[in-house]
Design a protein. Structure first.
Length: 148
């Protein structure tokens, strides 16, 4: 059942503009799938769906091979190099092993450009400036997920 649902999600994303999990949940239910928001949330994570910009805002999309490779590389480097993550209201500070901050900062700039103004990296510390403070929890969750 999960494989059929995942196939259906891929097809839906090719045909329709999906902006929320609720939209995807409704369409799946209309197609005969018995799903909850929690199920759709897990599916999004398992399929590694991404939010992509279009002319109307952001929508869910399928990741390309480069996105998947970047995510795997980030996860590996975060696990190997990041020692701690802290924050205040609109900035995140990441401590790394000495000499690792620039590599981590570069990956952050490449992968989170839609959420951050930029990352400034020294030898073992990175300052990540967010586009706005409402994004703090989302970006922190992303970073914490890379450490798991």
């Amino acid at each position: 059942m999960k494989n059929a649902r995942h196939f259906a999600i891929r097809e839906i994303l090719k045909e329709e503009r999906i902006t929320t999990q609720d939209d995807l949940c409704s369409i799946l239910k209309n197609k005969g799938f018995n799903v909850t928001q929690a199920t759709v949330s897990r599916d999004i994570k398992e399929l590694q769906l991404v939010k992509v910009a279009d002319g109307k805002g952001y929508k869910y999309g399928l990741p390309n091979a480069a996105d998947i490779a970047l995510q795997k590389r980030m996860k590996r480097i975060f696990k190997d190099a990041v020692l701690s993550i802290d924050n205040n209201e609109n900035m995140i500070v990441i401590k790394t092993l000495p000499g690792s901050a620039q590599a981590v900062g570069s990956l952050i700039d490449a992968s989170l450009a839609e959420f951050i103004l930029g990352a400034v990296a020294g030898d073992d510390t990175i300052f990540v400036a967010l586009k706005n403070s409402r994004l703090l929890q989302k970006v922190l969750q992303e970073f914490q997920g890379l450490l798991l």
